[in-house]
Design a protein around this ligand. Structure first.
Ligand SMILES: [Zn+2]
Length: 138
């Protein structure tokens, strides 16, 4: 994808502050950080979302997530992180190339837990939701 900024970063057509890379993924500092060390991990090939990622890349994905956590832990002296994906536009995804946010957390950083992202409890019971979900299980 020629116009995809993350494809351009992975091809190094655009420079970035690269922390780590392996055969399938690259990790770099977010240029609009929400915390010191806020990093993004992207697949080197253009995949829009997690469902498109081949299973064969799973090991390298976990590996680079762990690498970034270790790098940030040692250098910025924290072992607290919020890790997440804005999967889809309603979840806030702005660039249609999978990216995983690694956000280091610090004492008194005024951030919340992942639970603070949304509060939209269902009108149905958990059991009803479970039945709806299970009906579509393949
Ligand atoms: Zn892309």
């Amino acid at each position: 994808m020629d116009k995809c900024i993350f494809c351009q970063i992975s091809k190094k057509d655009i420079s970035s502050f690269i922390l780590k890379e392996n055969d399938d993924f690259i990790a770099f500092l977010d240029i609009k950080p929400h915390a010191p060390g806020h990093s993004l991990i992207i697949p080197k090939n253009h995949y829009v979302n997690l469902l498109e990622i081949p299973e064969s890349l799973a090991e390298n994905l976990i590996s680079i997530i762990k690498d970034v956590i270790l790098i940030i832990s040692k250098s910025l002296k924290t072992d607290n992180f919020t890790i997440g994906i804005n999967e889809g536009k309603l979840a806030g995804r702005l660039i249609d190339h999978l990216h995983i946010h690694i956000i280091p957390r610090f004492n008194n950083d005024k951030g919340g837990s992942i639970h603070s992202v949304v509060y939209n409890p269902p009108s149905q019971s958990v059991e009803e939701i479970y039945r709806i979900i299970k009906k579509y299980e393949s």
